[in-house]
Design a protein around this ligand. Structure first.
Ligand SMILES: Cc1cc2nc3c(=O)[nH]c(=O)nc-3n(C[C@H](O)[C@H](O)[C@H](O)COP(=O)(O)OP(=O)(O)OC[C@H]3O[C@@H](n4cnc5c(N)ncnc54)[C@H](O)[C@@H]3O)c2cc1C
Length: 448
């Protein structure tokens, strides 16, 4: 088979939360981008795993953080009735949440694909990555039964699973025993919200202790974390590898529907070192989690009055993987940084979300600085001259990772990495050689 050679300014792996905004910025500036995606479409976790609601735009003291393209995206979504915008978090876990319908991302997809400078490779499989002298030279991939060699000046890994580390020598964190849970999110429709509100009103001790019923009512938006006694009876099911202490679900944008985030398994329970491949693990996880979906739904329908006449209206196409490998970069963000609210000259995003570790059967939570904290560019680069990392791939310890892995933080980060790449291309320098103190002039973080 003859290899087709493609040359673009930048190659981005992963059309998800962060990679989309890196690509979008570069395309708006007229650069040619190859976007490599193994799934059929753009959107990543938000679309393929139904992750919802988007969060992280406000710090605990309600300071707002965004970036120009991200803000435009949210505004468009609101104008098209695909997002409720920023609302207060009825669980009082964080300050705000931002419910966005997956279709909003699909609309963004079309805007992206309309650009003549984008070469999009959906359903493609990376075969190899060529490198020399700490520089990535090209990516070899299979796409539509043809072999391609993609050459670029700069490469970005936004795969969420650090796919580059399977092909090139890279230092990364992967603590199998302490990785966060995998979840298959699903949607239930024809739910009677009033009956659920009644449950919260009548039995507040059955629900997360900070639940604010007045907010649920005034915003007409359900955030439910609880039914603890019911969970105790059913959600410790060894056969399904299910251990959970609560039912967790949120109002969907679609009326009378909820998005359920209750299934879970741990990678350590299905991981076999002798037969390790991420796509195999995902397939196996999906099989088990789909059984959990049916099991959990039946418990809800049978035992919670508000679900009596409901039905499952959607199940995510892909398992949601909260944490996998993340790179050891030039800087590793730490627990101390996020609690102390540290800021850096080379900030590329601002983290706001509390520490939120989905481990064992529960959630380990903790506060971060109420004004938010900076995420430096150095977390997005290691020792390769022309390779950057965005999204869940970036360098962070387990605690800071659990906070910065949230969508708003990673969208802003993705866009700003796009800006830095633009600057590198203009100056004809490698991302590793950029003067970190110069980054402040390049990055755009909206704050109000
Ligand atoms: C269960 C769950 C619940 C969550 N809840 C929330 C929440 O309530 N609010 C919130 O804001 N965030 C939440 N998050 C976090 C958030 O969704 C993710 O951390 C975020 O989307 C990660 O963005 P990303 O760009 O790193 O990766 P993703 O959005 O996952 O994008 C990665 C992309 O890379 C592609 N890819 C992977 N491997 C390859 C490859 N080999 N070749 C080509 N492409 C590849 C994937 O298909 C995907 O499109 C949750 C996450 C999970 C898993």
């Amino acid at each position: 088979m003859k290899t087709k050679e493609i040359k673009t300014d930048v190659t981005v792996i992963g059309a998800g939360t962060s990679g989309v905004f890196t690509s979008l910025h570069l395309l708006t500036k007229g650069y040619k981008v190859s976007l490599i995606e193994r799934s059929p479409r753009i959107g990543g976790a938000l679309v393929n795993s139904l992750v919802y609601p988007t969060a992280g735009f406000h710090s605990q003291n309600f300071t707002y953080f965004s970036s120009p393209l991200v803000e435009k995206f949210i505004r468009n979504s609101i104008e098209n009735n695909l997002s409720l915008g920023h609302i207060k978090d009825p669980l009082r876990f964080s300050s705000t949440i931002t419910p966005i319908h997956p279709t909003a991302y699909k609309i963004l997809t079309n805007q992206l694909l309309n650009n003549k400078n984008l070469l999009f490779f959906p359903l493609s499989e990376i075969q190899n990555i060529k490198f020399q002298n700490q520089k990535i030279k090209s990516i070899i991939l299979n796409y539509q039964n043809e072999k391609y060699e993609i050459k670029s000046k700069i490469f970005v890994d936004g795969s969420g699973n650090l796919i580059t580390s399977f092909f090139i020598p890279l230092e990364f964190n992967f603590d199998l025993q302490n990785l966060q849970a995998l979840t298959l999110i699903f949607k239930i429709s024809n739910v009677d919200f009033n009956l659920i509100v009644k449950d919260i009103k009548n039995n507040p001790s059955e629900f997360y202790h900070k639940t604010d019923l007045d907010l649920i009512l005034s915003q007409n938006f359900l955030s439910v974390s609880g039914y603890y006694s019911l969970a105790k009876q059913y959600l410790d099911n060894k056969e399904l590898l299910l251990t959970r202490d609560r039912f967790l679900f949120f109002s969907d944008i679609d009326k009378n529907s909820v998005v359920v985030n209750t299934t879970r398994i741990f990678l350590k329970d299905i991981h076999k070192p002798e037969n390790f491949h991420i796509s195999e693990l995902e397939k196996l996880a999906y099989k088990i989690l789909l059984k959990q979906v049916i099991y959990i739904y039946n418990i809800m329908k049978k035992n919670i009055e508000g679900f009596r006449n409901s039905y499952i209206s959607e199940v995510a196409d892909f398992v949601g993987i909260r944490q996998f490998r993340n790179v050891k970069g030039l800087y590793t963000l730490t627990l101390q940084d996020i609690i102390g609210g540290k800021h850096f000259d080379d900030n590329v995003s601002i983290g706001t979300w509390p520490i939120d570790i989905h481990i064992s059967n529960s959630i380990k939570e903790g506060k971060v600085n109420e004004k938010g904290y900076g995420v430096p560019y150095r977390c997005c680069i290691s020792n390769y001259k022309n390779l950057l990392f965005v999204g869940k791939n970036i360098s962070a310890d387990n605690y800071s990772f659990s906070s910065l892995r949230i969508q708003a933080t990673l969208m802003i980060l993705g866009e700003n990495i796009g800006r830095i790449i633009e600057s590198c291309l203009n100056k004809k320098i490698y991302p590793l050689d950029i003067d970190y103190s110069e980054i402040k002039k390049t990055v755009k973080i909206i704050q109000s």
